[in-house]
Design a protein around this ligand. Structure first.
Ligand SMILES: [Zn+2]
Ligand SMILES: [Zn+2]
Length: 420
């Protein structure tokens, strides 16, 4: 029996970890600069949190959640990052610490969907939530952070799609206009859309079926139905984006079906994965916190799949910042030298010098080959001669220069040579 990772999951191997760390550290650094604080929530939550916040009719809730029962509790592996963040925000009264609370997360996300390129049943997301600010400047900040994140990752060529989905005051009028438009088309829409028509007609607009896409090409645009407040808010978001030099395309099909989504909706799309696909998706959700049991509180944020960002980086051949080689390989010849090398190895490690040695009793020549294979920058060579003179031979594996260093100076010398 040979085991394999479950379908739709993947291992992150040591060779890929530098790419992951680059993405995560880039995001962390950017969030710190923008004043967002990290939050970590459990991998699972009570099912009801997602059922209520994602909408009982959404694809996530109806088809994609990993839900399990333990005792009489129904639990679900986190299918998205916002609801758990809001739950924690309310549970710990983070709103009491200040009127605006800015949080970010980096976490795994679980959805049972058909595996395809850049889409996994366990994938990973970075995301931000700006809670407590209704001002259009908050929408612009969230979008700007997403924009800067892509730039910092070396990703260019993305298109920012922008829309406003209105508010509970103006949306019913639009929803009715959309129903009136869709009604005669109903028999030709896909099964999902027939259901959406009744429950949530806005979702018909973002159906992936080409038939549906063609049928709704001339559907009424939500932007034409915004109330005065929503129109003014959207105009201000656009002005801020212009001020920041962030280009965008208006996209009337960019809808988020649920009632707690309000006003700004946006996606950064990129074609680095073949077809255009979303690398960052977000928007405003002024009704969500209330839906989760809090006082009415505005919020805006985004989520972004790490795997997708990595695939786009790979497609663009975006380079990793060069990490200087620092490793020191301690090579020995003879039992006495071996015995003396172990304290040296640990002195180096404890002095924050990355150090490795041979564990297979290989010849000095084989040890030097191993040092090169591991990408070591320096080798320290210890044999009977070195022991007799209380020195160590230091070889620079890049320049092949070699010199002898007194034993008591070796650690400080390597600290100096490998300083970053
Ligand atoms: Zn409105
Ligand atoms: Zn459809």
């Amino acid at each position: 029996m040979r085991y394999q990772a479950p379908r739709g999951t993947h291992d992150v191997l040591p060779s890929e970890v530098p790419n992951w760390r680059f993405v995560e550290e880039t995001f962390r650094e950017l969030c710190a600069r923008y004043g967002y604080q990290e939050i970590r929530t459990p991998v699972f939550e009570v099912t009801e949190l997602f059922a209520r916040t994602s909408g009982e009719s959404s694809d996530i809730v109806t088809k994609q959640m990993y839900t399990f029962r333990v005792g009489d509790e129904s639990l679900t592996l986190r299918p998205e990052g916002t609801a758990p963040t809001i739950r924690a925000y309310l549970e710990h009264a983070l709103h009491a610490q200040g009127p605006v609370c800015k949080l970010f997360y980096i976490c795994p996300i679980f959805r049972h969907e058909a595996p395809q390129a850049g889409r996994y049943r366990q994938h990973h997301q970075v995301g931000i939530e700006c809670l407590g600010a209704a001002d259009a400047a908050a929408d612009a900040e969230v979008i700007a952070l997403g924009h800067d994140y892509l730039r910092a990752l070396g990703i260019t060529g993305e298109v920012l799609h922008l829309n406003s989905v209105g508010c509970p005051q103006c949306r019913p009028t639009y929803r009715q206009a959309l129903r009136d438009f869709l009604q005669p088309l109903l028999p030709r829409l896909c099964d999902d859309c027939q259901r959406r028509y009744a429950v949530n007609p806005l979702r018909v607009l973002d159906c992936k079926s080409t038939t549906c896409k063609a049928l709704v090409a001339d559907a009424p645009r939500g932007l034409d139905y915004l109330c005065a407040e929503c129109a003014a808010h959207f105009a201000q978001v656009r002005r801020w984006l212009d001020t920041l030099g962030i280009g965008y395309e208006l996209d009337p099909r960019l809808v988020r079906g649920l009632d707690y989504y309000t006003r700004t909706a946006f996606e950064f799309m990129h074609d680095g994965l073949g077809a255009q696909s979303t690398v960052i998706g977000g928007g405003r959700y002024d009704g969500l916190i209330e839906q989760c049991g809090g006082k009415p509180t505005p919020g805006v944020g985004f989520g972004s799949g790490i795997e997708r960002a990595l695939l786009i980086r790979a497609a663009l051949q975006a380079a990793l910042p060069a990490a200087p080689a620092r490793k020191v390989f301690v090579a020995t010849q003879g039992d006495a030298a071996r015995a003396a090398s172990i304290p040296l190895l640990y002195e180096l490690r404890r002095a924050k010098v990355p150090a490795e040695t041979d564990y297979l009793g290989r010849s000095l020549k084989a040890q030097m080959r191993e040092a090169h294979r591991q990408g070591a920058r320096f080798a320290l060579i210890l044999g009977d001669d070195e022991l007799a003179h209380n020195v160590v031979t230091l070889r620079d594996l890049q320049t092949h220069e070699q010199r002898v260093v007194p034993r008591e100076q070796v650690v400080s010398e390597l600290q100096r040579l490998t300083a970053v």
